[in-house]
Design a protein around this ligand. Structure first.
Ligand SMILES: C[S@@+](CC[C@H](N)C(=O)[O-])C[C@H]1O[C@@H](n2cnc3c(N)ncnc32)[C@H](O)[C@@H]1O
Length: 213
């Protein structure tokens, strides 16, 4: 998706709107290790938080988002902030341009709500993960409360337009388990800083590719 709103307005809304998640980003990203693939890096808000000895490959289909993420890296580097070894590539989660079993970990931070074929994206993440490798996720999902889920279904068509393809009502947690991953949930519930209940039921955890798979 590309256009004035998607390229110029939405990235700013994203950065400002998600600023309150800085502590969640730091807590999750700072514990990642080894060769890490970040799917849908957006404007690169997670990039400052990787440990400096991690090797990070960030993919993102949107050229404007990717430019912003690269600018963020350049600014941090100019300001002598120590960063991980980070490279960015334009690519889609559903067709990752990487060999099988070449990453230790994958980060999915608020992306499975938006990726058009989320099932395919998870299958691709599993393909590029080493056996025993982990998908670390932080995603807003369909609420387990029937009343809230009904509102998510109602609001979704409008929300998708405003939020560039983001769905409010995807059961991402179930999707991960359905792909044969061992899912360990660290936190789930309405995130106090994410506003309305329709958009704030968050699951955060680790989905591990079984060693035998
Ligand atoms: C809500 S934003 C989150 C961005 C970033 N992960 C963050 O935490 O700020 C969703 C991101 O998913 C990206 N995205 C959309 N379709 C995608 C696809 N097919 N493959 C990978 N990323 C995609 C969007 O371009 C956008 O950057």
């Amino acid at each position: 998706m590309s256009g004035f709103y998607e390229d110029k307005i939405f990235p700013v809304i994203l950065d400002v709107g998600l600023r309150k998640l800085e502590e969640d980003r730091r807590r999750l990203v700072s514990q990642l290790r080894g060769k890490v693939l970040e799917v849908g890096v957006g404007t690169g808000a997670n990039l400052p938080h990787y440990p400096v000895d991690a090797e990070v490959v960030g993919i993102e289909p949107g050229a404007a988002m990717l430019t912003k993420a690269q600018r963020r890296i350049d600014t941090l580097t100019r300001n002598q902030v120590s960063l991980a070894d980070i490279s960015l590539q334009q690519a889609s989660a559903e067709a990752l341009p990487f060999a099988d079993q070449c990453f230790d970990q994958v980060l999915m931070f608020l992306v499975l709500c938006t990726i058009p074929d989320a099932e395919r994206a998870v299958a691709e993440a599993v393909r590029v993960l080493k056996p025993g490798g982990e998908i670390h996720f932080f995603e807003h999902v369909r609420s387990p409360d029937a009343g809230v889920a009904r509102w998510q279904d109602r609001v979704d068509p409008l929300w998708r337009k405003i939020a560039c393809g983001c769905h409010l009502n995807r059961a991402t947690d179930k999707l991960l388990a359905a792909q044969g991953l061992e899912v360990a949930m660290n936190e789930q519930g309405y995130h106090p800083q994410m506003g309305l209940r329709v958009a704030s039921y968050v699951v955060q955890g680790v989905a591990t590719r079984p060693v035998s798979q």
